[in-house]
Design a protein around this ligand. Structure first.
Ligand code: KG4
Ligand code: ZN
Length: 340
């Protein structure tokens, strides 16, 4: 079964053709990052307008790369939540028009379910159940995945997402948007014990995260140093910040794995491209004897291939969407579109 997938939830316009949820026949990503960089973050209206301009050519390229005609596609999948609402609506309406015109069934996909499904593309042997860490620019979740479409959130962030903490601290440190990758690169040259940063915990919620205090601590440290005329070793500050974020994510994942008796561990989302996080996950899983699955860095960020992978599994269990399908800025990963 060949699924044609569309993704437009943030600042990447993407399309892909995926076979049976596991094989990438094509994947095209048009990133707007250079345009948003000027503003230090994603400007929602600009993102929507660029999606509207680019989506037809990105979709065409994906069909061309797969050397396939729309008539040979079995189903269309589209990210319908969560994300920037204007950006999502461009993808949803384009996919609806395409599905209606070509007479194909349309399946809405939850963006975070897509991030998790990137692992099905990278690891043909991976099957649920597993415990998953999802860490992206907008979300930080520990999710129990008991089947391809059955999810339960065990822990989540109370404020900023991990990627948001990386990006906001990076901005204060003078790095361009998105700063996560710059922190990663700087951290490789720094001393992770040089600066003391807080390790916030949530009372009575040991699996939840809080990252906003960490971001504030970095901003205050930089501000105080500037006022006193002290110089800050940015590489070491990056290493300390990365260490704290990775420690927070991996320690809670380890606790959740112990509590649920997890048999295998999966990581997903843009932040899983972080080299420190990948090392920390490997060490934790090796220590406990858990098999670990992570997407290659190329599939960690936003793409449509992951939406096509999850769209395939949604299509096996759910009826196609009606022509009244809407997009939603927020939606729990455990919720299904029919019950919204
Ligand atoms: O999953 P994603 O591409 O988009 C969302 O769904 O949000 O995640 C983007 C986030 C950004 O915050 C970005 O800075 C972060 O992933 N990121 C990284 C790295 N690469 C991307 N954070 C830390 N280290 C990296 N190497
Ligand atoms: Zn994402």
């Amino acid at each position: 079964m060949k699924v044609f997938a569309i993704e437009s939830s943030c600042d990447e316009t993407a399309a892909a053709v995926i076979e049976n949820g596991r094989l990438i026949l094509s994947s095209v990503i048009n990133s707007q990052v250079l345009e948003h960089q000027k503003f230090g973050g994603v400007v929602p209206e600009i993102a929507s307008r660029r999606h509207a301009e680019n989506i037809v050519s990105v979709a065409r390229q994906a069909l061309e790369q797969a050397d396939i005609d729309l008539s040979e596609i079995d189903a269309i999948a589209v990210t319908a939540a969560p994300g920037l609402i204007g950006a999502l609506l461009v993808g949803v309406n384009y996919a609806k028009g395409l599905a209606m015109g070509a007479g194909k069934p349309l399946y809405p996909v939850h963006h975070l379910r897509g991030h998790i499904a990137a692992n099905y593309l990278a690891h043909p042997d991976l099957k649920p159940p597993f415990l998953c860490l999802v860490a992206s620019g907008g979300h930080s979740h520990i999710v129990e995945v008991s089947d391809y479409t059955v999810f339960r959130v065990l822990g989540c962030t109370r404020d900023d997402a991990a990627g948001e903490a990386f990006d906001k601290a990076a901005r204060a440190m003078g790095f361009p948007y998105p700063g996560g990758i710059h922190i990663d690169q700087a951290a490789q040259k720094g001393d992770p014990d040089k600066y003391k940063l807080p390790n916030p915990k949530i009372e009575n919620a040991p699996l939840d995260f809080s990252f906003s205090g960490l971001k504030t601590a970095v901003i205050n440290l930089l501000h105080n140093a500037r006022q006193k005329g002290d110089t800050i070793d940015i590489d070491s500050l990056a290493a300390c910040l990365q260490n704290r974020i990775c420690q927070a994510l991996v320690s809670r994942l380890e606790l959740a794995a112990r509590q649920t008796g997890a048999k295998q561990i999966v990581a997903a989302g843009g932040v899983c491209a972080n080299s420190g996080l990948r090392r920390a996950l490997e060490a934790m899983c090796q220590k406990n004897g858990y098999p670990l699955y992570m997407p290659p860095v190329s599939l960690c960020g936003d793409n449509a291939a992951m939406i096509g992978a999850q769209g395939y599994y949604e299509s096996l269990l759910n009826p196609p969407a009606g022509w009244d399908l809407n997009a939603y800025a927020s939606m729990d990963i455990s919720q299904s579109f029919e019950n919204r």
